[in-house]
Design a protein around this ligand. Structure first.
Ligand code: MOS
Length: 776
């Protein structure tokens, strides 16, 4: 796991201040005015009108454009670079490469691993070789093409299934294993298999998926004397600040990173990219601001992917549905410079269902391809693809309903963690039961089994479930809330809203506590120069990490405000509440005072509240759960799969905003449909080692036509009051974990064919259908 992932997935282990102090935690919300209702986004107008300034919209006076020359070969050594022609071209202000003074920097691509910023040994297609700054993007790209590079092309490997074969070229001198095989073990699998009535074994594979955020990766960099200001499309401005300061050897105070809006990331913008350093270097050299955004091709080659996963799972079950053993092996590849996203393939096998005997082996292998990065629930959708299809097969083998089999094996504690700590809340049972009921699971199963085997168009239903291993967020988070004398509010928070609606949820928290309307709350966020420290937004932890700090700050402001109001009203503050900007006596509603008319507030001008995120409960784990159900229609002649409907039942703790909650559910399912049916990075393993489908035409994302209109979001709205003071657990990732497996299971129900390799598209399915007809 990369340092950035650790930062996202684990809470700080140093003690943090906590407001309110331990023991004085506020009571959980009961009846709410704003929380849990459906609220449009506070920045909806900016977003839909095009007024929102994304980093890629930033345009500064005298700004130049940067472009990067990248290795066209999967493995090559740069022998010489001749930039004389490029430097003389119209509009070109700088060309930099390894030999440029100041550009000979180390690049820490992992916590303990370094490479050069412009390394002469290029280990993947897309590695940085040189860069240009010019007056226009076109001039910059013309100049990139005019740089002459002499490459010594070297033998490569781009298929991790061949990485360990004899005679396969080593990606790094130490060989093609990133680390020793990682082994997890509890119980004795041999014993477990001996106790089973049925033992099944199956190999699975998911293909490499590319993040494909709408806004590409990149930044605008500007130097103000010795201070560097960067507008970056990122999930976390503070991690970018830290990495830039480290590489350029600058104090944190001189690096300001701003990221008010960002057009998607899904894990690929948790970490700083080389291109940010390159933009800063170009800006320094030219004395002008530089805008450097990657092209879609570059993002496909160089800034992350969900690595392919090769998995084998053996499972044992008794006739009554008791699971006896799981044996799992998984191989992933982080490309040439693994930067996260290769771990956790086995997490669901270890954790999701009660099973006494488990053994998992994980391998991470190098290939000459772009680095992996965390991708929406790293490892989990791949692991679910294997485990949840296996659960389906086990259920069939013992003639048990697959929902029933899952219900029989629900743990109340974390089996895979040290000391087997209990979960704060486990809504998996509710997700399965209420989900099955709302979906009409039993009726739908009956209906699909009634379809004649010879029918040319068949229907099937499938179920899959999950746990997400991060949950409930955690410290650190510090926010500042200011209430002005007119009753309007300013929330100052370091976290990024990565498109999920974080700002809106935080506004609702403030509104709930202060009894003000969300539209008078102004939010300043994601700016290392002006806002408080926050970790990157990822791991589905942003709401459970930030919202308790925001609630704590709001409570502090409220207490101060009621004190001031109480002095004026000659009433005890504890007998006062706030309704719509007016302080009201709880006992005598005729006694009231507008916030804007509190003399104490007028003379002070402002009330400031600071909120800190306290730690999660000790010796317990907070995790979100999910179960999904889907129905598909398969054309047995063409192999076309139409997804008819989906239902996602989620236990993510308290529902904070029903609208953005539903948005996450629909987005997660859409992404899972891509993994199951369309998405696949194709590398030419036989001749060039290059990526064949590096654009939106050849790399197939699901479109509106591939996503069912019938998607039901069914929240199991159970506040987790032990987790934190807002009761939220996190939603973004669990909603994409079981999707692909549920689709595969539905396709099996329709066709009787187990599609163990993703993506299941008409070509792959048609082939298998034809073969099965031949075999009869
Ligand atoms: Mo996510 S893959 O933690 O942004």
């Amino acid at each position: 796991m990369s340092a950035e992932e650790k930062n996202v997935y684990y809470q700080a282990d140093t003690p943090v201040p906590e407001t309110p102090p331990p023991g004085k935690a506020p009571a959980p919300w009961k009846k709410t005015r704003f929380i849990g209702k459906s609220a449009t986004r506070v920045d909806a107008y900016e977003r839909v009108s095009g007024r929102a300034l994304y980093p890629s919209d930033i345009s500064l006076p005298r700004m130049l454009y940067g472009a990067i020359l990248r290795s066209p070969h999967p493995k090559a050594r740069v022998k010489r670079i001749d930039a004389k022609d490029a430097e003389r071209m119209n509009g070109v202000h700088a060309v930099i490469s390894a030999s440029t003074p100041g550009a000979d920097l180390y690049w820490p691509y992992a916590a303990d691993k370094k490479v050069k910023l412009f390394d002469p040994l290029c280990l993947y297609e897309g590695e940085t070789v040189a860069a240009v700054a010019a007056e226009t993007p076109y001039q910059a790209w013309d100049a990139v093409r005019a740089i002459q590079v002499g490459y010594e092309v070297l033998p490569f490997v781009v298929d991790e299934r061949k990485s360990l074969d004899p005679h396969t070229p080593a990606v790094h001198p130490e060989g093609n294993r990133v680390k020793p095989v990682e082994i997890y073990e509890r119980g004795e699998v041999a014993k477990g298999f001996a106790e089973a009535d049925v033992v099944l074994e199956q190999s699975y594979r998911t293909e490499c998926e590319l993040h494909t955020p709408l806004e590409a990766h990149g930044c605008v960099a500007r130097w103000d004397h010795d201070k560097l200001i960067i507008w970056e499309s990122t999930q976390g401005v503070f991690p970018v600040q830290a990495r830039v300061a480290e590489v350029l050897n600058m104090p944190l105070s001189k690096v300001r990173v701003i990221g008010h809006y960002m057009g998607g990331a899904f894990g690929s913008k948790l970490q700083t990219d080389k291109s940010t350093i390159i933009a800063a270097l170009l800006a320094k050299r030219t004395g002008r601001p530089v805008k450097l955004f990657l092209t879609r091709e570059e993002t496909y080659l160089a800034v992350g992917n969900r690595p392919p996963a090769n998995m084998k799972l053996k499972a044992g079950v008794k006739k009554d549905g008791t699971l006896t053993a799981f044996q799992f092996s998984g191989t992933a590849t982080g490309g040439a410079f693994p930067a996260g996203g290769t771990s956790l393939l086995d997490w669901l096998v270890r954790e999701l269902y009660l099973c006494p005997h488990v053994r998992c082996e994980l391998s991470d292998l190098y290939i000459n391809a772009g680095p992996s990065r965390p991708f929406r629930a790293p490892g989990h959708p791949q692991g679910a693809w294997a485990l949840e299809q296996m659960m389906d097969a086990l259920a069939e083998a013992i003639r048990m309903d697959p929902v029933e089999l899952r219900l029989k094996n629900i743990p109340s504690f974390s089996q895979a963690r040290e000391g087997k700590p209990p979960y704060t809340t486990t809504g998996l049972k509710d997700c399965l039961e209420q989900g099955a009921k709302a979906f009409g699971w039993a009726e739908a199963r009956k209906a699909t089994s009634d379809i004649p085997k010879k029918a040319l168009v068949r229907r099937g239903v499938g179920v899959a479930s999950c746990v997400w291993f991060v949950g409930g967020g955690g410290p650190p988070s510090t926010v500042i809330l200011r209430l002005f004398s007119d009753g309007s509010v300013n929330l100052n928070m370091g976290a990024s809203d990565i498109g999920t609606g974080t700002k809106t949820v935080m506004a609702l928290v403030v509104a709930e506590e202060l009894g003000v309307k969300p539209d008078i709350i102004q939010i300043e966020h994601a700016d290392t120069g002006t806002t408080q420290y926050a970790t990157a937004s990822g791991g589905s932890k942003t709401v459970p990490t930030e919202s308790p700090a925001v609630r704590a700050a709001a409570i502090e402001v409220k207490q101060q405000l009621l004190k001031l109001a109480g002095e004026e009203m000659k009433l005890d503050p504890s007998a006062l509440t706030i309704e719509g900007g007016v302080v009201v006596s709880a006992n005598d509603p005729s006694k009231k005072l507008k916030i804007a008319e509190i003399p104490g507030l007028k003379s002070r001008g402002v009330i400031v509240g600071i909120g800190y995120r306290g730690p999660n409960p000790k010796n317990k784990f907070v995790n979100p759960f999910c179960a999904q159900f889907c129905e598909v229609e398969v054309d047995m002649r063409t192999g076309e799969v139409k997804i008819i409907r989906f239902l996602s039942a989620n236990d993510s703790g308290r529902v904070m905003n029903r609208l953005t909650y539903n948005n996450q559910v629909i987005g997660g399912i859409t992404m899972g449909i891509g993994l199951a049916t369309t998405e696949r990075r194709i590398l030419d393993g036989s001749q060039t080692g290059k990526m064949v489908n590096r654009n939106w035409h050849d790399y197939k994302l699901p479109t509106a036509l591939d996503v069912p209109a019938l998607i039901t979001s069914l929240p199991i709205d159970r506040p987790d009051d032990e987790a934190n003071i807002t009761g939220s657990k996190g939603l973004g990732e669990p909603v994409t974990i079981p999707t692909a497996a549920a689709i595969a299971n539905a396709i099996y129900d329709a066709t009787g064919i187990r599609m163990a390799v993703s993506p299941i598209n008409p070509v792959t399915l048609c082939e298998v259908l034809a073969k099965s007809r031949k075999e009869g």
